[in-house]
Design a protein around this ligand. Sequence first.
Ligand code: SAM
Length: 203
Amino acid sequence: MAEEPNRWEDVYQSKAEAETSWFEDRPQVSLDLIAATGATSDAAIVDVGAGASRLVDCLLDQGFLRITVLDLSDTALAKARARLSDDVPVEWVAANVLDWEPSGLFDVWHDRAAFHFLTDVADQEAYLQVMDRALVPGGQAIIGTFAPDGPEKCSGLPVARYDAALLAERLGPDCQSARNPDPLSAPKNDPLILRRGSWPDAV
Ligand SMILES: C[S@@+](CC[C@H](N)C(=O)[O-])C[C@H]1O[C@@H](n2cnc3c(N)ncnc32)[C@H](O)[C@@H]1O
């Protein structure tokens, strides 16, 4: 089953942002992948399982105007919000993605290291149904997971690890995958990133 919020609340309440293993001062890989979608500043972008990530800060700096940030943890969202002014064009959603009913459609779905916490096939399918409903036709998804040689757990929780074929099978047709230079990989895990949709550029 998807993890209850309290587990993640504990993580974000007990650790400073930079103490989490997934912290990035600047999420450059995600930014590059989002840029590769060809999204322009009016594109609707959702960061699913965003935690306290600085991706939203960077997207705002780049001029994106329709950003949604979703996470199970209120504390994580509060940490991100505290860095930003009150009037930024961001919708903050404290929710389990599996239960989420988006208020609109998205051009880009970004998920760095949330999907892989769904270890039950039923939850994975529920996630993908939400994603499919949330994306515009031709919308693009960027999903980063641990690869088979990555850790078996993160924050004490088991993860489902994927190679390119398995992740493509889970996400359905029209996928491309790439070995990911994500810093989350250091020193030993090897996340995969999978992109769905038609990509104008190779990354
Ligand atoms: C390893 S952290 C990655 C955070 C962020 N994506 C980053 O790269 O900094 C995983 C995040 O996924 C969130 N998460 C896990 N399962 C979720 C779910 N079912 N719905 C929404 N968020 C979830 C957790 O609260 C946590 O913030």
